[in-house]
Design a binder for this molecule. Structure first.
Ligand code: ZN
Length: 143
């Protein structure tokens, strides 16, 4: 260390991408929340995976959903080890149940409000926050 002030801008830690999840993240980058719908039993599923967890079929389509949901549980974070998250304290991590199918639940940040106002059953809708020039990350905000 030279003692000079650090001017690095923290980079947001991002999701792992593999063959199963790449289509999901490509759609998120386009501002679309979509889930795999099984071609055999027609059920939506999340997280993205190669085979339907209900019937085992590998055939599916990617179906956009409304992005409307309700907060089922949440936590307000006041500490973070990662520099990017540390700059965004306090922030909310929540489990959001999608109105498109109550079996669909996503872990996500709640944004656009005072973290102290987040509550059980709160109506939220998906938003897409820019990460860099090409990528976005989903979050939810109160409606
Ligand atoms: Zn199925």
């Amino acid at each position: 260390m030279t003692g000079a002030a650090r001017t690095e801008i923290p980079i947001r830690p991002m999701r792992p991408v593999d063959a199963d999840t790449a289509p999901f993240w490509d759609l998120v980058d386009q501002g679309v929340l979509a889930f795999q719908r099984c071609a055999a039993c027609r059920r939506l599923r999340f997280y993205p995976q190669a085979r339907c967890p209900h019937c085992g079929s590998p055939e599916h389509s990617w179906d956009p959903v409304s992005g409307a949901g309700r907060v089922r549980t949440w936590s307000v974070q006041y500490n973070a080890g990662d520099p990017w998250f540390r700059e965004h304290l306090p922030y909310v991590i929540a489990v959001v149940e999608l109105e498109d199918d109550s079996r669909l639940r996503m872990l996500a940040n709640i944004v656009g409000c005072d973290p102290a106002t987040v509550h059980f059953d709160q109506r939220v809708t998906v938003v897409f926050e820019p990460v860099d020039e090409d990528r976005r990350m989903y979050a939810f905000k109160p409606t």
